[in-house]
Design a protein around this ligand. Sequence first.
Ligand code: DP6
Length: 324
Amino acid sequence: MKTTAKAHANIALVKYWGKRDPTLNLPAVGSISMTLRALTTTTAINFKDEFTRDRLILNGKHAGEKQARRVSKFLDLMREPAGVHTFAEITSENNFPTGAGLASSASGFAALAVAADRALNLNLSPTALSRYARMGSGSAARSIFGGFVEMHRGEKPDGSDAVAEPLFDANYWPLEMLILITSEAEKPIGSTEGMNLTAQTSPYYPAWVESSINDLAEMRDAITRRDFEKLGEIAEFSCFKMHGLAMSANPALIYWNELTVKLIAEVRRLRKQGTPAYVTIDAGPQVKVICPPGESDSLMTHFSKFEGIKQVLQSNIGGGARVK
Ligand code: DP6
């Protein structure tokens, strides 16, 4: 029987970068994100006795060896407690442009965890699902939940406390976001590899880990008080610290292109003129613009005309992962 689940992408306002345990995929820092309604992964899973191995179909095409192995390894983690040894066919579709350099691992592993939980009759709690999703990809732990979500780094060596927790649901403060696509080329170094290189080589890494505690506290406070300016300031601080850190790795990790830099300047210029907008950027060149409820339409018009931009995606804040 086929089970289908849906999950949304999320964008971190306080970034996750670095692992305290790369084997168990435990983050070195906590993070806070907002879940994006418009960016969805839909994943169907079908376990069948006659299959001799797992098959992964991503956006209509057979996935490459590396991706297929990552998904199989993840499914093994969920097959084990279910006592199931059969293989599955997994079909996963993103509604956002593929090859746009947008991380689909967050919505991808969250949807897969929810679909596999139902198909294997595990009946896991959302917290347990978040723990599993984290083992697939750190940011996926947050996509189990909607609204504003905090991922805890946890302290326990087994990672049982490295889970996400919903802070406020999507209706609490319906912030909006634009995603400005500056390049559709694949990023040269993925997050996993990039953060491991940073942890091993950057002299600033300990300061990054230490200073994240205060960013998390300030972000929690900004969201609780619905203080947009404070939220934007902390989000930019965390983002630029993360990129500064990545640039201090050896060899340096530079995820931006020229347009990324131009767009950062443009958002700063608009802000000076009174437009409430702040940027955040992940491990790629796309610029995400955070804005208060009702502000993204006019910014969409503005950026759609900006020279060099490939595409603009618009989203408000969305709900958690669920069986379809
Ligand atoms: C820059 O969750 O993709 O988007 O756990 O190795 O799969 P793995 O990393 P991943 O890293 C996300 C990094 C980030 C910041 C964030 O989403 O917090």
